[in-house]
Structure formats: structure tokens, C-alpha cells
Design a protein around this ligand. Structure first.
Ligand code: HEC
Ligand code: HEC
Length: 312
């Protein structure tokens, strides 16, 4: 894996129009088998299926719906419930846990990692560790790596197969030097390539999910960080037709992440101490908003980026 293959993929994607698109992860993903179509037998199989149902229908499954604060489900970003070898796949994810996380400054279990997404991407509350929902999701994600060798990842709590791809550091210089022009260009890309499915107002259309506002991810989510979003978009969107250039992906991500996203205040997403039990983190205060996500680490001023379109 690594940059050379990525470059080749970029060049080939630009020249060939049909064999594979610029944003295909399949071209770089190691040859790991597709997940087995067979669930484990007995009670374990039931848990795996339950976990799959929660990941596909997080905001309607009775065990998790009250913990979700927006209109998203895990599968909106971990495509096909993480079964597709797209960036964000869960094939391989379980291999790297327990793993150290700089964000929480502790070694995190797979349950921790999964449950923390509820506070950010799902703008809700963190499920209690070892509850049925929490175990079921971990069982499902683990099942998707069955047969693959454990690979401890001392760098970060991310799937070892794409830890070097995400976020794509090649995009950093473009982000750092962004101006209002990138925002305007991003708006144009949004209108021509995204709004048919995500709505002119970013609120989604039918089952196509919203990209900003109260029904979307909050400013503590991975997707609200321009570099992560641009990498994800480069590989995954527009759905079924991933052919954005790196600059397109950056500009459209700047546009989307510059729209309103709820402020993130960690303590608001934790259940009361008496209910939550042990919280495996040394970091108990964390705040983000759209402004701080542009300022750090990019040094960008949201007002200058948006021009006269001021937000708080
Ligand atoms: C709005 C998009 C979005 C949604 C919704 C979302 N995630 Fe994620 N998820 C991400 C991004 C982006 C990353 C990686 C970036 C990072 O490190 O923060 C990630 C990382 C992860 C990881 C780390 C493992 C790896 O291999 O990278 C796990 C596990 C995970 N998510 C589980 C979930 C679960 C379970 C849900 C539903 C409860 C969920 N996510 C919902 C965007 C999302
Ligand atoms: C053909 C319809 C379609 C187009 C065009 C499209 N998307 Fe999506 N997008 C989807 C669907 C559907 C999902 C959710 C995937 C799922 O649930 O299987 C999604 C998910 C997403 C997500 C993660 C979930 C969320 O709501 O935050 C982001 C971010 C995103 N799209 C950005 C974009 C951007 C940027 C563009 C334009 C460059 C784009 N999409 C174009 C259909 C589309």
C-alpha cells in the first residue's frame, strides 16, 4: 500500500473512464476476503445479527434510537454496514483493538471506539459499555474481520489496512491555503454533484442523509474535520460515481463543513455519572465548533472563508 499506488490510481483513474474511478479504495485495499455470508450459530449469531441491525438502523432500532440525536445511521458513512471495501469499511477494524487513542489519552476497546461515535457522528449519547447494544455492535464489527490476523496499531484506533490513507495528508497543503475562492468553488461542486441527493439546503432527500444542520453530525465528529471529510468524500462520493479530483473533494468539504453544525461539548453527550458507569477516558472536557474546526489545525478564519455568509 502507500503513496505510489495511490498516485497510480489517481493517474489511471483520470485516464481510464471505466475500469475504476479515482476514488476506488478497492484498488489499494489488501486482498482480504469478503466477509462470510454465514452468521455464527446460536446466541453469538443472534448478537452479530442484532449488531448488524443496529448499525444499519441506528436511529430506529429500539435499543439505540434514544441515543441518536440526528437523522443518521452508522451505514450512512460506513457503507453497506461496513461490509463494502470502501474507505470506512469495518473489514479489518477489529484487528487493531485495543488501541491507544490520543483523543481520550487511554487505550480504547472496540466497544469504546464504537460507542464514542454516538456522541459525535450521531450527535447523541454514549451507550453504556457491556449493554446488549454495545456488545452486539462489537460482535458484528468483530465478525467482519473473522479469519484475519490481529494487527495491533500503536498509532491510532483505526483499521490497520487504511491507517495510512485516512486522513490523506496530500490534501493538507490545499486545505491550509484555502480562501473564499475554494468555498465558492466548493458551493458550485455541491450544487452540480451533490445537491440532487443531499438537497439544495443540505437536509437530505428521502433516504439520502443530511450533510449539515441539526439532523447531521456535530462539530466533534470526524466528518467535521476538513481533512477527514475530504478523504472520505474522495473515495465514497458522489455515490456510485466517485470521480472527484483531490481539489474537488477539498473544496466541496470546505463548503459543507463551513455550514452550520451543532457545537460539541463532551459533557453534554455523556449520560449522568450514576448511569454511565466507568468512562475510559482521561479527557473529560472537550469542545469544538465550526469556527474552531477551521482554526485548528488549519489556521483558517471561517468568516473569511465564507465571505459575507456569516455564521456564529
Ligand atoms: C457522519 C459519518 C459517520 C457516521 C454516521 C458514523 N461514523 Fe464511524 N467514523 C467516521 C469517520 C470519519 C471515522 C474515521 C475518522 C476518525 O478517526 O474520526 C470513523 C471511524 C469509526 C471507527 C474506527 C474504526 C476504523 O476502522 O476506522 C469505528 C469503529 C466507527 N467509526 C464506528 C461507527 C459506528 C458504530 C457508528 C454508528 C453508531 C458510526 N461509526 C457512525 C464517520 C462516521
Ligand atoms: C446519487 C446520490 C448521491 C450523490 C450524488 C451524493 N451522495 Fe453523498 N450520500 C448518498 C447516500 C445514499 C449516502 C448514505 C450512504 C448509505 O446509507 O448507504 C451518502 C452519504 C454521504 C455522507 C455521509 C453521511 C452524512 O450525511 O454526513 C457525506 C458526507 C456525503 N454523502 C457527501 C456527499 C458529497 C460531498 C457529494 C457531492 C460531491 C455527495 N455526497 C453526492 C448519496 C449521494
Amino acid at each position: 500500500m502507500g503513496t505510489m499506488r495511490l498516485n497510480l490510481m489517481g493517474i489511471a483513474g483520470a485516464i481510464l473512464s471505466c475500469s475504476f474511478a479515482v476514488g476506488s479504495l478497492a484498488a489499494t485495499y489488501p486482498k482480504v476476503p469478503n466477509p462470510s455470508a454465514k452468521y455464527p450459530s446460536g446466541e453469538l449469531g443472534k448478537m452479530v445479527k442484532l449488531g448488524e441491525d443496529i448499525i444499519m438502523h441506528t436511529n430506529t432500532n429500539p435499543l439505540t434510537k434514544d441515543l441518536v440525536g440526528n437523522k443518521l445511521t452508522c451505514t450512512n458513512c460506513h457503507l453497506n454496514g461496513g461490509k463494502t471495501k470502501a474507505l470506512g469499511t469495518f473489514i479489518g477494524t477489529a484487528l487493531s483493538f485495543p488501541a491507544y487513542s490520543k483523543r481520550e489519552k487511554t487505550v480504547q476497546t472496540l466497544q469504546d471506539r464504537i460507542n464514542n461515535c454516538f456522541m459525535r457522528s450521531m450527535d447523541g449519547k454514549r451507550p453504556i459499555i457491556d449493554t446488549k447494544a454495545s456488545i452486539a455492535m462489537a460482535a458484528y464489527v468483530t465478525w467482519l474481520s473473522e479469519g484475519l490476523p490481529i494487527k495491533m496499531n500503536p498509532k491510532k484506533p483505526v483499521n490497520p489496512y487504511y491507517t495510512n490513507l485516512w486522513p490523506n495528508k496530500k490534501l493538507n497543503p490545499v486545505i491550509k491555503s484555502a480562501t473564499h475562492k475554494n468555498y465558492v468553488r466548493g458551493k458550485g461542486i455541491y450544487e452540480s454533484r451533490c445537491s440532487s441527493c443531499h438537497g439544495a439546503d443540505g437536509q437530505g432527500v428521502g433516504s439520502f442523509p443530511p450533510l449539515w444542520g441539526k439532523n447531521s453530525y456535530n462539530s466533534g465528529a470526524g466528518m467535521s474535520k476538513i481533512g477527514k471529510m475530504a478523504t472520505w468524500v474522495l473515495y465514497n462520493m458522489p455515490l456510485g460515481n466517485t470521480n472527484l479530483s483531490e481539489k474537488d473533494a477539498v473544496d466541496v468539504s470546505i463548503y459543507v463543513d463551513a455550514q452550520p453544525h451543532s457545537d460539541f461539548e463532551l459533557t453534554e453527550h455523556l449520560l449522568p455519572r450514576s448511569e454511565m458507569g466507568y468512562y475510559n477516558s482521561k479527557v473529560l472536557h472537550e469542545r469544538h465548533n465550526v469556527r474552531s474546526n477551521f482554526a485548528k489545525p488549519w489556521g483558517l478564519d471561517i468568516d473569511a472563508i465564507r465571505g459575507d455568509h456569516k455564521i456564529k
